[in-house]
Each structure stands twice: as C-alpha cells, then as structure tokens.
Design a protein around this ligand. Structure first.
Ligand code: SAH
Length: 411
C-alpha cells in the first residue's frame, strides 16, 4: 500500500463575505459592520482576525471579529495583517506619536493615550494619570493573551509608568461573552496617584477604588475655558469628583484669576463627592458639596428663587440608545430651563451632553428651546467638544459625542 505523506491539514484562514450594504459601510470609511450584513462566514472563532471579502470575492481588508456583539466586525486594516500583536504595538506607538507631534496635550499629566476606533485600535482604551496608566479592553480580539502582552510591553517601553491597572466594565465583558474579571493592577506597584490638569488643579486617582474611578478627561480643555468665564456664585450640577468646581476655585497658570466667590457642587453619588472633598483639600480649597438628585434640587432652588452667576450642567448620558432620545431631550430641556431661570444678568451657563445619540444640532435646539421658555437671550461664547486627545474620526460619528456650550445671558 502506498504510504501517504503526513500532511497536517491546513486550516482555512477565517474569512467572511459582506453583503452590498456591508461593503458600502466600509467604503464609507466606517470600521463597523453589523451581523446582519455578513453574507457568508466559514465558522470564524470568537475574537479572530478575519479576512473580509465582498460577494464576488474581492479582498477588502482585515477585521477583528466578535461572536456576540451586534457589531460583528471592526476593521483594523484595509490590507492583510500577518501579526496582530505587532500591529497593535505599532498602532499604540503611533497614537502616542500623534499626540506628541501635534502637541495635542499640554499643561497636564492626565490624558487619553488610546481612544479605540479613533486611534485605529477598536476595543482598546488607555488613559494616563501621571505615572499610572489605566487600560480598558472592550472586545474579544483585544482580550487575547498575545494582544494583551503586546499592549503591556509597548506601554511599558514607551511610557515607563510606575503601574498599569485594568479597569473592568463587567457589563461589557458579559456582552462580549468574555470571562468575568476584577479591576486590578496588571503591572508595577502603583495603582493610585495624584495628577494635575491645566497647570495647577490637582486630583486624586485611585485605579482600584470601588465603582467608576478616574476622571472625565474629555472635559479637560473645557474646564480651563469655562474657568475663564466663570465668576461670582457658581453651581456645578453633576459635579462628580469636582472637575469644573475645582477649576472655578483654584488659580492656575492656564486661568490665572479664578473669579468665583463661592462654588457648590451637586451630585447623587456619595463616593464621587467624597473624592471631590479630598480633591478640594488637596488644592487647599473649601467648597460646598451637596448630595442629591439634580432634578429635585434645581426644582427646589428655583422655587426658592435662588440665583447664581455661573451654572454648569454636565449630566450622564441620558440617551444610551436611540429609543431613549425623546426622554433624554425632555431631561435636557428641564435642566437647562431651570438653570437659565436661575442665572443672574451677565451669568454664564456651561451646558454639556455626552450622549452620542443626541446630535450636536439636537442639543443646540433643545438648549435654544429652553432659552425661549425662560424668556432670555443668550450669546454662544463657545461651542465645544471633547479635548483633542479624544480624537474624532470624520466618517465615524460615534467618535464625536461630547457637546459643551458656554453661554452668557444678556438679559
Ligand atoms: N462634571 C463631571 C462629570 C459628570 S458625570 C466632571 O467633569 O468630572 C455625571 C455625574 O452625574 C456622575 O457623577 C453621576 O454620579 C451624577 N448623576 C447621575 N444622575 C444624577 C442625578 N439625577 N442627580 C445628580 N447627579 C447625578
């Protein structure tokens, strides 16, 4: 009997074919394709690197596959990828370089180093808090051991941190069908530190502390700009750990004259306010912190005819999905209307929305609507978005989510 050569059967590389609609999305330079636009696939394993084709077999590029998300693939390259960990390392170096070469980050030792799709690394977020780095992994492909190893090694080599922590969002791991993990120190010794924003405002960071920790780094530039206009008695509604409030009461090289005579922060989260109080002490300031529901409190203050010179509204994302949009708009309307009525002549309103589903024009409209009902005219002093270390991709609207209007009331 002739002997057969011992050939190990070569496993076909994972590949998928897209429907015409899926192809059109990629041609529109959007990296996501939904499961409903996958026409054929050859049993692609969770988190695999897949080669992507159109129905006629034309090669379109390489993507990261998720077996559980509605977003079935996220493109990582329009060419072939031989070594994903090496590509991830290169993209991290390039994200660091992009921020450095363009001088996007100044006067701060806290900023976002990698912002997922916007840095061509779908599913990876890395923040820097002085000497501690914090990473978040949001997809099956980024969770693979060799990719994790490449991420850690590159961050250590490029940035020499004292510690790298992983912040786990349990809900996202469940959605991605990844095994549960605890937030933990991945490397080094340090998981907490003090960081400084806008040359002078200091904050504590504790990467392993309870619920959500870390700062809203996307508001960093808005803090400094809002502080230029803030004056008199200020109310920071949804203050979290005191980002705006502290910038209104601490002098810094970026905004030399903090002109607020008093600053009150309001939030419903006690741990956030405890951290805000610690941050105030760190900056040797005394601020007032009120624990409560912002809607109830504003209603109460309005009924009591309270007046302020500066009000910040920075609520959580009211619209988590498209379906919540109408309710979200009612929420924004109510908050803005009450705040507008409470402003003294010449007062400043800093009004933010971080819901991606509420577009910039929707938000503008709802704030304008509130002004009409408040019978007051406002000038738009600044119409802003996220800080530049949170890049926006022109063809990916999901990367542009934060709106921050700074308004002055003229009568
Ligand atoms: N302005 C903050 C970020 C705000 S994030 C900064 O720059 O750091 C939204 C905050 O709203 C969270 O701290 C959350 O605890 C708080 N929050 C959510 N619902 C609330 C409510 N109904 N009333 C008051 N605070 C609320």
């Amino acid at each position: 009997m002739p002997r057969k050569p011992a050939v190990s059967p070569k496993r076909a590389e994972p590949s998928i074919k897209l429907s015409a609609r899926g192809v059109a999305r990629l041609q529109g330079r959007h990296p996501w394709v939904y499961r409903s636009d996958i026409a054929e696939s050859n049993g692609v394993p969770p988190g695999a690197l897949v080669r992507v084709f159109d129905l006629r077999g034309k090669f379109l590029g390489t993507a990261l596959y998720s077996s559980s998300s509605q977003i079935a693939i996220r493109m990582i390259s329009h060419g072939s990828v031989a070594d994903l960990p090496a590509l991830v390392a290169e993209r991290i170096r390039s994200a660091i370089g992009y921020r450095k070469e363009n001088e996007l980050v100044s006067n701060t030792d806290a900023y976002r180093i990698v912002f997922s799709e916007a840095d061509f690394l779908p599913g990876l977020i890395v923040d820097c808090y002085n000497d501690v780095l914090c990473l978040q992994i949001l997809t099956q492909a980024m969770d693979a051991a060799p990719v994790r190893e490449a991420i850690l090694q590159t961050l250590r080599e490029e940035l020499q941190p004292a510690g790298i922590v992983e912040r786990v969002d349990a809900r996202i791991r469940e959605l991605e069908q990844l095994p549960p993990l605890q937030s933990r120190l991945l490397w080094g010794e340090k998981s907490s530190t003090v960081f400084t924003m806008n040359s002078g405002v200091r904050f504590h960071y504790d990467g392993l502390e309870g619920q959500k920790t870390g700062a809203f780094l996307d508001q960093r530039e808005n803090y400094a700009v809002a502080a230029q206009y803030a004056h008199g008695e200020a109310l920071d509604v949804f203050c979290y750990q005191g980002g705006f409030a502290l910038h209104f009461s601490v002098n810094s090289a970026v905004h030399p004259a903090a002109r607020c005579s008093s600053v009150t922060g309001v939030d419903s989260s006690r741990p956030a306010l405890e951290m805000a109080e610690k941050n105030a002490a760190l900056n040797e300031r005394e601020l007032e912190w009120i624990e409560g529901n912002a809607f109830d409190l504003l209603r109460e203050y309005a009924a009591a005819d309270r007046r302020y010179d500066t009000i910040v509204l920075d609520p959580p994302a009211f619209a988590k999905t498209k379906r919540d949009l109408e309710k979200a708009m009612r929420g924004y309307k109510e908050l803005n209307l009450r705040a507008m009525k409470m402003l003294r002549p010449g007062g400043i309103l800093v009004s933010c929305s971080c819901s991606y589903h509420v577009s910039a024009s929707d938000f503008f409209e709802v704030v304008a609507d509130a002004a009409r009902d408040a019978h007051k005219s406002f000038r738009v002093v600044e119409n802003r978005g996220a800080a530049k270390d949170h890049p926006m991709l022109l063809n990916v609207p999901e990367t542009s989510y934060l709106k921050c209007l700074i308004l002055t009331v003229s009568d």
